[in-house]
Design a protein around this ligand. Structure first.
Ligand SMILES: NC(=O)c1ccc[n+]([C@@H]2O[C@H](COP(=O)([O-])OP(=O)(O)OC[C@H]3O[C@@H](n4cnc5c(N)ncnc54)[C@H](O)[C@@H]3O)[C@@H](O)[C@H]2O)c1
Length: 264
């Protein structure tokens, strides 16, 4: 897809971290960007900074998502690009020792289901709403390309750590939806890919650096090369390549400095 000022994009979780870097990269190339997030303060100011529009969207809610797409399309026309970064998930060991009660406890089924909802169902929700809109517009080029969907998975989908059973399973479901979704949408000229980040220096990770510098140093040391956390701009750069390069389809790509996560 030729990246130019005719295109519009939606970036979920666009107020912070990897979503923000993706929105920044797209806007720098002239793409009109709608920032979907629940953080109104950050989202509003950032959208204004990049000349985009902010939409308060909670990815857990169908109603909220549909209203966000409507607002974004009213402002910028039909999006041709969706970058879905937001997620909602919890942690917890399948069975672990409960110090307070002095016995074993298990992570609840409700907690597991919420993570599946916040990762897998929300990814499907945002991707399918975007695809339905893209289906109704003219192709962009001689390949018949109509749009490009990028989902955010995680290396935890392949090497999930202790306490990541729900998160890893949710992200694994994202990987598993990429190929069948790309096949579902192939006749419409809509591509679907996912990025599996390793450890990136976004606000949640920078929080670890502040509170537990030794833990953060350990995270850096665990990356074979380069021996540091990923820069969100490196994620944004891959997003741009996935948009630009029409031959990328049905793919789950690790972006991780060669890391293979240990059990903990
Ligand atoms: N940072 C990493 O090391 C890393 C590694 C692997 C995968 N990931 C994945 O990358 C994605 C982005 O993570 P990040 O590190 O940039 O996090 P971040 O906290 O910096 O950004 C996440 C954004 O999502 C928004 N958000 C949260 N709940 C939402 C909801 N219900 N609806 C809409 N927006 C919501 C937050 O307000 C925030 O702006 C996530 O899917 C995460 O699983 C991150």
């Amino acid at each position: 897809m030729n990246i130019d000022t005719h295109l519009s994009a939606i970036v979920t979780g666009g107020a912070s971290g990897l979503g923000r870097a993706s929105a920044q990269a797209l806007a720098a190339s002239g793409v009109k960007v709608a920032v979907f997030d629940v953080n109104d303060t950050l989202g509003e100011s950032f959208a204004a900074e990049i000349g985009g529009v902010f939409c308060h969207v909670d990815i857990m809610s169908e109603e909220s998502a549909l209203a966000g797409f409507e607002k974004a399309r009213a402002a910028h026309g039909q999006e041709r690009i969706l970058v879905h970064c937001a997620m909602v998930a919890g942690g917890g060991k399948t069975v672990g020792w409960d110090k307070e009660n002095g016995g074993y406890k298990r992570a609840t089924s409700e907690g597991f289901a919420r993570s599946m909802d916040g990762i897998a169902t929300a990814s499907y929700r945002m991707a399918s709403i975007a695809a339905l809109g893209m289906a109704g517009v003219e192709p962009l080029n001689e390949d018949g390309e109509r749009g490009c969907i990028i989902l955010t998975s995680s290396c935890a989908s392949q090497d999930g750590q202790i306490g990541q059973v729900a998160y890893g399973a949710g992200k694994g479901a994202v990987n598993a939806m990429v190929l069948p979704m790309a096949r579902d949408l192939m006749d419409l000229g809509i591509r679907v890919n996912a990025i599996l980040p390793g450890t990136f220096a976004t606000p949640p990770m920078l929080g670890v650096k502040e509170k537990a510098p030794a833990v953060y140093a350990g995270l850096e040391a665990a990356v074979p090369f380069p021996r540091r956390l990923g820069d969100p701009q490196e994620f944004g750069s891959l997003v741009m390549e996935l948009v630009r390069n029409t031959y990328f389809n049905g793919q789950c790509i690790r972006l991780d400095g060669g890391i293979r996560m240990p059990p903990k």
